[in-house]
Design a binder for this molecule. Sequence first.
Ligand code: PEP
Length: 263
Amino acid sequence: LVSRENTTKRSVVRVAGVPIGGDHMTVIAGPCAVETPEQTLEAALMARRAGASLLRGGAYKPRTSPYAFQGLGEAGLKILADVRDETGLPIVTEVVDAGDVELVASYADMLQIGTRNMQNFALLQAAGEAGRPVLLKRGMSATIEEWLMAAEYIAQRGNLDIVLCERGIRTFEKATRNTLDISAVPVAQALSHLPVVVDPSHSGGKRDLVLPLSRAAVAVGADGIIVDVHPSPETALCDGPQALTGSDLDELAHLAATLPTLV
Ligand code: PEP
């Protein structure tokens, strides 16, 4: 269903009217985690200023440590919905449990399935039935074929509005959080008709790498980028070191403005 074998056309996925794929390069930006109404609104305004047309933000955070901030749950979804009303930016947010899909879908414009859940098949199937587009991140140790098969689980349930997201893979390299597999973008685009976006924040794990990796995503022909921004990264409850802020945002806005296909 997601293969290019039976179609020459590449898909465009619309998230509350915002296209991902086709001639567009879509910027999705926002805080890694929803923390407070003020922080989320401020991050959303920053995202919009930087050229984003969709707002990201996690209310359910799948953290490596059980002692780390796990997200605000439904209270976070409500904050996101309020910020959408205020800014007009549709929401992309993660769901980590099949049992929560209906609830998250009642607030979200797009469901995100994170790297740790790429092969959570019950979750994929529930997302396939939720009536919302799905952003499917690549498992950090998954092959491209496994990633496409995960997308197939969603598609099989009748939902072809799927966007693939390359977010870095595990390698021996320790200088970055994960290794951005930039070659996965054209490979996945050749094998599948689905749009492919890049997450330069979770792959590099460092603020200084986000702009260079974003440029790499543009150069390789990605259909979009998904970027963490935060009004005060030093106090962020999740992944502050990779969040863009201040003048970095101007650079992202500059990148967005200078590329004719970047919306
Ligand atoms: C995220 O985007 O908030 C996230 C947790 O990403 P990943 O699943 O790629 O680690």
